[in-house]
Design a protein around this ligand. Sequence first.
Ligand code: ZN
Length: 225
Amino acid sequence: MEKILLHGVEWQFALEIIGRTIIMFLLILLVLRLSGKRGVRQLSLFEVAIILGLGSAAGDPMFQEDIPIAYAVVVLFSTVLIYKFITWSASKSLRIHRILEGKEMTVVENGQFDIKHENDRDFSVMEFFAELRNQSVEHLGQVRLALLEIDGTLSILFYADEDVRYGLPLFPGAYKQVQVDETTEHPLACMYCGFVQPATSSVMESCVRCKHKQWTIAINTKRIS
Ligand SMILES: [Zn+2]
């Protein structure tokens, strides 16, 4: 244990590490300020990649005796230059922007989940239930359009109260499967894609949009009642 923790420690260099760490820390702060980012709440994938690179370049000289801090300074400032150049190119060209950051994706349209991404491996309808609930969406019939932005946040446009339709409930309790072989007085919502069949129709067994066979009772509550 002592070998792992203290093998070959030179106490004088340990003191030097304190000085190196303070310098590198101040340098990182300076470089991040120069990058022009105002915070880190929503980083794009590209920015995460840049920050990982910065972190590695900044960390090593803190305790590697044979790396002069001057080298790290060169790496840090080149990275900022590259970052500035690429973000500038992305601001000039939508195509470069799309390549770097990806593209926003429609999640809900006209009160139903958009299922054209159904075969994308990284798209799962279920993961949006919590996101929509977080934004106080009780059922899909309230939502005209929901977009998944490239930074991972969800933007939602709501129907006006008088336009709210029957939709798939998103909260547990209301979201539970009902049998459809019996007649029902309620409109039913497909538990997978949000398609709603009206109460008057002869009950269909599988959804016309997605072919799934699980149905729940649709609701049409207003946003604030
Ligand atoms: Zn369906």
